[in-house]
Design a protein around this ligand. Structure first.
Ligand code: PLP
Length: 394
């Protein structure tokens, strides 16, 4: 059947007209508790007053001028990100996929300019998701994402997630330019790379000079209780992809890099008409100032503790529906026994939104400023959803 919207998404039969904090109002006027936050995007909830103010104030002043000119809001946001991270420099995009494109170009140009143009290979891992562009799907490498879209961008080396032996072997190849990894796989099913593995990866990169590219599109911007997830491991990347939460719902992404890693990206090597526009950067600056505040991150960690404990209880109470809880901070996944899509649907019936992921997981990604009462309400609704799927006696 032909539809006015290309049918690439299997959408739920519900639409929303309004949001406030973690709550959404549907077309029929009923309310849903949003524990997906637009797939880890609405970091500060819906219609956050500080973000609405930042956007409307900027909307009344200036929307777009292009990167042919200085953009003060972009400069301020870049400074805020550099001040709070490992990075020396930032390029703004409109999405995570575009951040992936630049990260790949940056790594290859780095080696080209260092006089080693043969260093083009980028190591990636099974279950990864880096976007749906030609580079993004080639990086992920799965049949699900690449089938029918060849010829694929060459140069990606796909390793099994967690296979240390294969990694050690692959790193011996002198053509390796970089390793690209999500500290926590989101679409892959909330699979956490343990801190010691991230440390090992950093060491392995240091030994050969390969650049470490972290994709923090989903796990970054306070989601794990640190501003960026890699901080838990006490390491820093050379290049980092950011998007989703940084715009709080306004399209915005970024690539952060050290001066050395970014050294090949001189004038004329990359660009974006919209990337870093005044509207997006005004909102991004408001988000960053709030989320980077240590008191805000402390609160994320407290709430994460409450949510995790409650979810562990939920899993224990419904062993026929749920298997285990995984994740860090407010980036949590519940592995299901029943098909995860059935669990998500049962959630819709209880007016709670969760997001399915690979490995039969449902993702729980609430706004980072959700309060304790709404966390309790979310778990109560999931409990009712599980009860409807597989009634228990207690
Ligand atoms: N990288 C990761 C880890 C993601 O989770 C996503 C989106 O889900 C992307 C990249 C692509 O980002 P976008 O959809 O903004 O292009």
């Amino acid at each position: 059947m032909i539809t006015p919207i290309l049918p690439t998404y299997a959408r739920a039969p519900v639409g929303f007209t309004k949001g406030e904090g973690p709550w959404l109002t549907a077309e029929d006027g009923s309310r849903y508790l949003d524990m997906g936050a637009g797939i880890a995007v609405n970091a500060l909830g819906h219609a956050n007053p500080a973000l609405v103010a930042a956007l409307t104030e900027q909307a009344g002043k200036l929307w777009h001028v292009s990167n042919l000119y200085q953009i003060p809001e972009q400069q301020q946001l870049a400074e805020a990100l550099v001040d709070n991270t490992f990075a020396d420099t930032v390029f703004f995009t409109n999405s995570g996929t575009e951040a992936c494109e630049l990260a790949v170009k940056m790594a290859r140009k780095y080696w080209y300019d260092k006089g080693q143009p043969e260093r083009v290979k980028i190591i990636t891992f099974s279950g990864a998701f880096h976007g749906r562009s030609s580079a993004g799907i080639a990086a992920a490498g799965s049949e699900k994402m690449t089938k029918g879209f060849g010829p694929l961008l060459p140069g990606f080396v796909h390793l099994e997630f967690g296979d240390h032996g294969a990694l050690a072997e692959a790193m011996k190849d002198p053509a390796v330019a970089a390793v690209l990894i999500e500290p926590i796989q989101g679409e892959g099913g909330i699979r956490v790379v343990p801190d010691q593995c991230l440390k090992g990866l950093r060491d392995a990169c240091d030994e050969t000079g390969a650049l470490l590219i972290l994709d923090e599109v989903q796990c970054g911007m306070g989601r794990t209780g640190k501003l960026f997830a890699h901080e838990w491991a006490g390491i820093t990347p050379d290049i980092m992809m950011v998007a989703k939460g940084i715009g709080g719902g306004f399209p915005l992404g970024a690539v952060l890099a050290t001066e050395d890693a970014a050294s090949g990206m001189v004038a004329g090597t990359h660009g974006s008409t919209y990337g870093g526009n005044p509207l997006a950067c005004a909102v991004g600056l408001a988000v960053t100032r709030i989320v980077a505040d240590p008191a805000f991150l402390d609160a994320v960690n407290r709430k994460a503790g409450q949510l995790r404990q409650s979810l562990e209880g939920l899993v224990a109470a419904h062993p026929d529906v749920f298997e285990s809880v995984r994740g860090t901070g407010l980036m949590l996944g519940v592995k299901c026994v029943l098909p995860n899509t059935d669990v998500v649907k049962a959630g819709y019936a209880q007016h709670i939104l969760t997001v399915p992921a690979a490995d039969n997981v449902i993702r729980i990604l609430p706004p980072l400023n959700i309060d304790e009462a709404d966390i309790a309400e979310a778990v109560a609704r999931l409990d009712r959803a599980a009860q409807a799927l597989a009634p228990t006696t207690n």
